[in-house]
Design a protein around this ligand. Structure first.
Ligand code: S3P
Length: 198
């Protein structure tokens, strides 16, 4: 996990969810740059639940960076590890989980999310994604294989029909993070997925 002050993803056991708690893990999916980690972290803080980032957990489990895993072991090995880590995080706790952009594309990972969690696709336009990934391009091996705009456009074409299988879709763009978090909270409340805070 990162060194920030968020609580670790924690086990809540089989007790009924206390006030304000989620009934199932909320799993954020979407392309690189959609804001899964930033939104997820704030959403978890707003709900008073734990937050986990699958990419961070993979780095922790492997003891190496994502670009290094891709370079040394290849993408297939990365996806295998990603699947195991996501299943573990889903089984461990009820909180907010941000997935890496390719995780939900893996059929087994997607099935595990479907069984255990509530998936929300943070859907963004190409321009939004391009603007956001420029900063962290070096830690995203897929974006180092060519021009980020072209790569993201190709990924949108292949992946958007699959992200559309998520339980819910929320559009994100230039709005402040807090606005997205408010929309997600309202959605979860409307759908009866969180209990009202007493
Ligand atoms: C990937 C997205 C990355 C990371 C890896 C592969 C993808 O996560 O898991 O570089 O296949 O889209 P983010 O979406 O958090 O950048």
């Amino acid at each position: 996990m990162s060194t920030d002050s968020q609580p670790r993803f924690r086990v809540v056991g089989s007790d009924p969810a206390p006030p304000g708690r989620l009934l199932r893990p909320i799993v954020l999916v979407g392309l690189m740059g959609a804001g899964k980690t930033a939104v997820g972290r704030r959403l978890a803080a707003a709900l008073g639940v734990a937050f986990a980032d699958a990419d961070e957990a993979i780095v922790e489990a492997a003891g190496m960076s994502i670009p290094d895993i891709f370079e040394v072991y290849g993408e297939t090995a990365f996806r295998d590890l990603e699947r195991r880590v996501v299943v573990r995080l889903l089984d461990e706790a009820t909180g907010v989980l941000a997935l890496g952009g390719g995780a939900f594309i893996d059929p087994q990972t997607r099935a595990a999310v479907g069984e255990r969690g509530i998936s929300i696709w943070l859907k963004a336009e190409l321009e939004t994604l391009v603007a956001r990934v420029t900063r962290k391009r070096a830690v995203r091996p897929l974006l180092m294989q060519g021009e980020p705009r072209t790569i993201l456009a190709g990924l949108m074409e292949r992946r958007y029909p699959i992200y559309a299988e998520a339980d819910f879709t929320v559009l994100t763009g230039d709005q402040p993070l807090d606005e997205v978090v408010d929309r997600l909270t309202e959605l979860l409340q409307r759908e009866g997925l969180i209990r009202d805070v007493a």
